[in-house]
Design a protein around this ligand. Structure first.
Ligand SMILES: *Cc1c(COP(=O)(O)O)cnc(C)c1O
Length: 392
């Protein structure tokens, strides 16, 4: 973008990254092409060697994907962004690019289940050690650091209990030991939280969630500096190929244009649902950073511009009572996806956290009466009416 174009978030979300083509198209074009043609053998050679800039093959670069990358980088305040086929591909690409045998990772134990499996089941096989620690206490992260620790990995707020990590504290800790801090910013998006400005080195996204916002496409992204992301993560991507499709990039671009408006609406409705649940006699406890009773409410106020769209709550009566709430819904979708215009509900103990042992669940705070709701954009009155049906 030219220096004459404003740099306000709302403007960047709508305008950043677009290069209008010779047809004068107003909306961003989709380029569904696997390769790009050259005008001569010399030009082909120059593009392949990197001596001349330009597209070669869509596993490396694609104009629609580049537009999405540039726009997300602008919103996160990063120098570079690499788009990937899914959120998990973004985490895998980051690890493959930046870690090697003998390295050690400290990871929050409250991260997404597949992230735990990626570290614990797969990266361990290649000689990368990992320790999982409580998200909420920087002193346990500090105690877990070893001389070979290269990466701290957090996801804040966490799923489903909305536990926060103190990003500036973890960044300081990482940098004091020559390590990097990566933050999975899926729940907040850059509309509510910009981890790089708080000191993190890398931001991870599952674009599948709020960046799309309507549950259509899988995608992911890594944002950070030009060296680690623009060179190292990009180098892995172009070699190994977990690349984003141009069509999906276009859907995410359109999602970014309405991201802040949607996140505001998600936050507003989630706050109302959380407050209503907290006053309900059949509800034991509500987990939402926007409630003054949330143990990290003050930290959420400090490092976030809003409290997000995810509310978890524990109903009186355990699994049976929780399932009754799920089964009584007529509007809300029973599905594990989140960050959608459609409100969704899940019972973590028997779905997303169903494959771990009862003891591991207890340690993670996933009780039998716990339900997670991703509050959508329907009328908030209708959402509450639907939840009230099964609460008796
Ligand atoms: C869904 C999710 C992921 C994984 O993203 P995919 O696009 O499904 O691969 C990673 N982190 C968080 C917090 C998620 O919610």
């Amino acid at each position: 973008m030219g220096s004459d174009i404003p740099t306000d978030f709302d403007t960047l979300a709508v305008r950043a990254g677009q290069v209008r083509g010779h047809e004068g198209e107003h909306a961003e074009a989709i380029y569904p092409t696997s390769s790009f043609a050259f005008s001569s053998a010399a030009e082909a050679a120059a593009r392949f060697s990197g001596a001349a800039p330009g597209n070669v093959y869509s596993r490396f670069t694609n104009p629609t994907v580049r537009t999405f990358q540039d726009r997300l980088a602008a919103l996160e305040g990063g120098e570079a962004c690499v788009a990937t086929a899914s959120g998990m591909a973004a985490i895998l690409s980051t690890c493959m690019a930046l870690l090697q045998q003998g390295d050690h990772v400290v990871c929050s134990r409250s991260v997404f289940g597949s992230t735990v499996n990626l570290f614990d089941r797969y990266l361990k096989r290649f000689g990368v050690a990992v320790d999982f620690v409580s998200q909420v206490d920087p002193s346990v992260w500090s105690a877990a650091i070893r001389p070979n620790t290269r990466l701290l990995f957090a996801e804040t707020p966490s799923n489903p209990l909305t536990e926060l990590a103190d990003i500036p504290a973890l960044a300081e800790l990482a940098h004091a030991h020559g390590a990097l801090l990566a933050v999975d910013n899926c729940f907040c998006t850059p509309a509510l939280q910009r981890p790089l400005a708080l000191g993190a080195d890398l931001v991870i996204h599952s674009a599948t969630k709020y960046l799309d916002g309507q549950g259509r496409c899988l995608g992911g992204a890594v944002v950070g500096d030009a060296e680690r992301v623009g060179k190292d993560v990009f180098g892995f991507l172009r070699t190994a190929g977990p690349s984003m499709s141009p069509f999906n990039a276009w859907v995410f671009l359109k999602g970014l244009e309405t991201l802040r408006l949607r996140m505001r609406a998600h936050c507003e409705s989630a706050q109302r649902v959380a407050e209503w649940l907290q006053a309900h006699p059949q509800v034991e406890r509500v987990h939402y950073p926007g409630l003054s009773t949330h143990p990290q409410h003050a930290l959420a106020r400090q490092q976030q511009d809003g409290y997000g769209g995810i509310v978890s709550f524990e109903v009186c009566g355990g699994q049976e009572a929780a399932w009754r709430v799920v089964d009584a819904t007529r509007l809300i979708s029973i599905t594990a996806n989140l960050g959608d215009a459609k409100t969704t509900i899940t019972h973590p103990a028997t779905t997303t956290h169903g494959r771990i042992t009862a003891r591991q669940r207890a340690e993670a705070g996933i009780r039998d009466g716990l339900l997670r709701v991703s509050v959508g954009l329907e009328s908030v009155e209708d959402i509450m009416t639907d939840l009230a049906r099964g609460l008796g």
